[in-house]
Design a binder for this molecule. Structure first.
Ligand SMILES: O=C(O)CCC(=O)C(=O)O
Ligand SMILES: [Fe+2]
Length: 299
């Protein structure tokens, strides 16, 4: 069984396996999605960044956790994770029915330090105050940089919790503990209840998070402030688009009335025409209205 909203994706049997599992269970783990050596190399390059990052403030993020953002600029190689083929296919397939293309919601390095209590179980889509149940708002991907164990805070997941909004009066059942190795990737729907576990060991539990959301939403991290045009010019166009450097029909995320990819050109004119970026339905409406005006204009 899959929730009603995924029926638009077609026959579950013909979906890529991770997407079918996301639709059925609300999460999936891709084992060995990346080379463990590559992941350990990324982690080694982040020692100083984690060292200098202050502890988070507030009970949700957790005061025994460290988190930093703007990963694409701060962690060389992280663009490969953001653009990982199977992960991106899953994000695009799940979010595709409701937007032209997904955008990056956030990129984050996270350390759950010794003594950190378990995080409050939550669904990440609750950051958007809109009715839930008819579409997915985001797809999150956790890349462990160390082994995730039941003792060091491995992510906890409540399977099938993506079927219906959670009733806060009903206690949650026992979660699945996502034990994983560097190189694995855990993909979680925005509707699925999950949380970081408690760290009862002596070492931090370290991971990277890449979250994708509907291309027309306000994202957790303001991507186009996080990454300057000078930096984005160094990225591939599909990733630049997911960082706010492509407009989203109809007429969203524009710069001076045009597609913001203009900022990636060598010269940006000071005087620009405002250009339509409509969806076919709007184009038809506008054209039909213009056609209906023709006779009276001629008279
Ligand atoms: O780090 C984890 O295992 C989960 C973190 C999480 O869900 C969050 O910060 O929203
Ligand atoms: Fe979360």
């Amino acid at each position: 069984m899959i929730p009603e909203r995924f029926k638009v994706l077609g026959d579950p049997e013909s979906l890529p396996a991770p997407v079918a599992e996301l639709a059925r269970r609300g999460y999936c783990i891709l084992r060995r999605a990346a080379d463990p050596e590559f992941i350990l190399g990324l982690s080694a390059g982040l020692d100083e960044r984690f060292e200098t990052t202050p502890f988070s403030v507030g009970a949700f993020h957790g005061e025994r956790t460290k988190r930093f953002h703007r990963l694409l600029e701060r962690c060389e190689g992280s663009a490969d994770l953001a653009m990982h083929g199977s992960v991106l296919e899953a994000a695009r397939t799940i979010l595709g029915p409701w937007c032209d293309f997904p955008e990056i919601n956030l990129t984050q390095g996270v350390e759950i330090h010794p003594g950190a209590p378990a995080q409050a179980p939550h669904s990440d889509h609750n950051m958007w105050p809109a009715p839930k149940g008819s579409m997915e708002f985001c797809v999150n991907v956790f890349w462990p940089l160390v082994e995730f164990t039941p003792d060091n805070g491995a992510t906890r997941i409540w399977p099938a919790s993506h079927f219906a909004p959670r009733d806060l009066d009903v206690p949650l059942p026992e979660p699945e503990i996502c034990t994983m190795q560097p190189g694995d990737a855990l993909i979680v729907l925005g509707s699925t209840v999950h949380a970081a576990g408690a760290n009862r060991t002596l070492l931090p539990r370290r991971a990277l998070i890449v979250s994708y959301c509907l291309g027309w939403l306000k994202s957790y991290e303001n991507q186009s402030l996080a990454y300057s045009p000078e930096f984005v010019r160094t990225l591939e166009p599909e990733l630049a688009a997911m960082l706010g450097y492509r407009w989203h029909r109809p007429n969203l995320g524009t710069y001076d009335g045009q597609c913001p990819s203009i900022l990636l050109e060598d010269e940006v004119p000071d005087a620009l025409a405002t250009v339509d970026a409509l969806i076919p339905e709007h184009e038809k409406l506008v054209a039909a209205y213009a056609a209906a005006q023709m006779p009276s204009m001629a008279a």
